[in-house]
Ligand binder design. Structure first.
Ligand code: PLP
Length: 429
């Protein structure tokens, strides 16, 4: 791209920012870096999230024990209230969603409980070889706890290209293995492929299995229709595109047809709220996804989500998705035009319907490039072996930012500036 073409591309990006209906949302966030492209790992704080957290602290100070009933939303029903607020984002009924624990723990609970509820279904669980590892750790542990050897019962769909998991590969694996649960991510954490949730749920059901999903990389970026697709259960975290803060409380969905599934990790917070304080020694689980809560709702890790969700709802998930597609498309086009000649490959599917909110830029020097980017005020992250993940989150990323970030990567590659950085030696990246 010559200077004139670059100037034109930048002018076009600025025009798009001016006409962007979501441009004002950036003002609601504190962005600590020049270019924050890591909101798929940890979203930044918004004034709204900070205010709802502060509100919970104030209520604690002012109300102490009375906060359980007199706070807003009242702490006693905090898990359910936040579930109601989340339900539209995943296309669920209010009773089907609750917040609780972490994503990993929610996988333990739902996979374990659905294994126990499998009836005549075989005990196998189908996952894939590009999954985020914690999903496998939790599922293998749940199998072992039932005396089932994961080597025999945890089956992996093999990715044909190391980047994607096509529905056809899921279908082939289902023809090969007997499974009672198919558990897949909505978006692959490394390549950013958006899986075909509808088709995979249908395939699972046609093969007599439950369909469960990990929505960690799509919640708040991609709309879902879990209820209408008959998805049996799902989990997600709140600290990525929902921007609810580090370690914020996670969410879960259970289709209303399964509100009789007994929680494998029962606890009083999953009791029917109407009888919880009867203090009966017999567990009386809620007739809702709320039965999968365990202990007291951690109000301080749930409170920021309340404000953070206002931002998402004010913007509207459909508009967020529309802008996300435009931002990732701009990024992919610019990478093709300006970075391919330096050996950068786009590892994310190019069809918008197969992409989540981030783009995987692949290069042999991905680690050193991501280190160099940090010194240019660009926060991305590196995923082994060769991926720089770039997440232009729509609520606070401008088209101009995408343009600038690609120009910075181009400069790092052209000048071989990355060679000034140590190669990766392990540890946290
Ligand atoms: C797909 C996926 N599942 C699960 C997790 C981790 O969940 P937890 O909040 O339990 O650490 C992550 C974290 O990035 C993830 O990307």
């Amino acid at each position: 791209m010559d200077d004139t073409e670059q100037g034109d591309a930048l002018a076009r990006a600025r025009e798009r920012d001016e006409s962007d209906p979501l441009s004002a949302f950036r003002e609601r966030f504190e962005i600590p870096d020049d270019y924050y492209m890591d909101g798929n790992s940890l979203g930044p704080i918004s004034a709204d999230a900070e205010a709802s957290l502060q509100n919970a602290v104030d209520e604690w100070r002012d109300l102490a024990i009375r906060g359980w009933t007199d706070s807003d939303p009242e702490w006693f029903h905090y898990g359910e209230r936040l579930g109601d607020e989340l339900a539209p984002l995943v296309g669920a009924r209010e009773s089907e969603v609750v917040v609780a624990d972490s994503t990993t723990l929610n996988i333990h609970k739902l996979v374990g409980s659905f294994l126990d509820a499998r009836g005549d279904r075989p005990p196998g669980v189908l996952v894939n070889d590009l999954d985020f590892p914690t999903d496998h750790y939790a599922i293998a542990a749940q199998l072992r706890q039932r005396g089932l050897d994961p080597d025999e019962h945890l089956h992996r769909v093999e990715s044909p290209d190391g980047r994607t998991v096509p529905a056809e590969a899921v279908e082939r694996a289902l023809d090969e293995h007997d499974v009672g649960i198919v558990f897949m991510p909505s978006v692959l954490y490394r390549s950013g492929q958006l899986l075909d949730v509808e088709r995979i749920a249908e395939l699972a059901h046609d093969h007599g299995a439950f369909a469960g999903f990990d929505l960690a990389h799509s919640i708040g970026a991609v709309p879902h229709e879990l209820h209408d697709l008959g998805v049996d259960f799902a989990v997600w975290c709140s600290y990525k595109y929902l921007n609810a803060g580090p370690g914020a409380i996670a969410g879960l969905y259970v289709h209303e047809d399964h509100h009789d599934v007994h929680p494998n990790l029962a606890g009083w917070w999953g009791n029917d709220k109407a009888t919880q304080f009867d203090m009966a020694l017999e567990f009386d689980p809620a007739d809702a996804a709320g039965r999968f809560q365990v202990g007291t709702v951690p109000v301080l890790s749930a409170a920021p989500l309340h404000g953070a969700l206002d931002v998402v709802h004010d913007a509207g998930i459909d508009r967020i998705r529309e802008k996300s597609i435009q931002l990732t498309e701009t990024l992919i086009d610019l990478a093709d035009d300006r970075l391919a000649e330096y050996g950068v490959d786009v590892g994310t599917p190019r069809e918008p319907a197969r992409r989540g909110g981030h783009v995987a830029l692949e290069h042999d020097e991905a680690y050193r490039i991501s280190e160099a980017l940090r010194d240019h005020g660009v926060v991305t992250d590196f995923r082994k072996p060769d991926v720089v993940r770039v997440a232009p989150a729509p609520l606070y990323t401008r088209f101009e930012d995408v343009h600038d970030v690609v120009a910075i990567i181009e400069e790092i590659l052209e000048t071989r500036e990355y060679e000034e950085y140590e190669p990766q030696t392990g540890g946290v990246t």
